[in-house]
Ligand binder design. Structure first.
Ligand SMILES: [Zn+2]
Length: 64
């Protein structure tokens, strides 16, 4: 198959994505992205709503 053109590039280094490391090309790039995520997580809109829902469910437990 010639799906190279359709294969997305690694967001870290731009190399072709490895199917096993999607969406990255290697574990190293995945780690780099992970570190970026943690170090800059405060800048990303956290999904507080999900946590809130879980807590609500816990509080409404008896009705379950
Ligand atoms: Zn990469």
């Amino acid at each position: 198959m010639t799906t190279d053109k359709n294969r997305p590039a690694c967001p870290i280094c731009g190399k072709p994505t490895d199917e096993r490391r999607k969406p990255f090309c290697s574990k190293r790039c995945a780690d780099v992205d992970l570190h970026r995520w943690f170090s800059g997580s405060y800048a990303i809109p956290v999904t507080v709503d999900e946590e809130d829902d879980e807590r609500r469910e816990e509080n409404d437990g008896p009705t379950h």
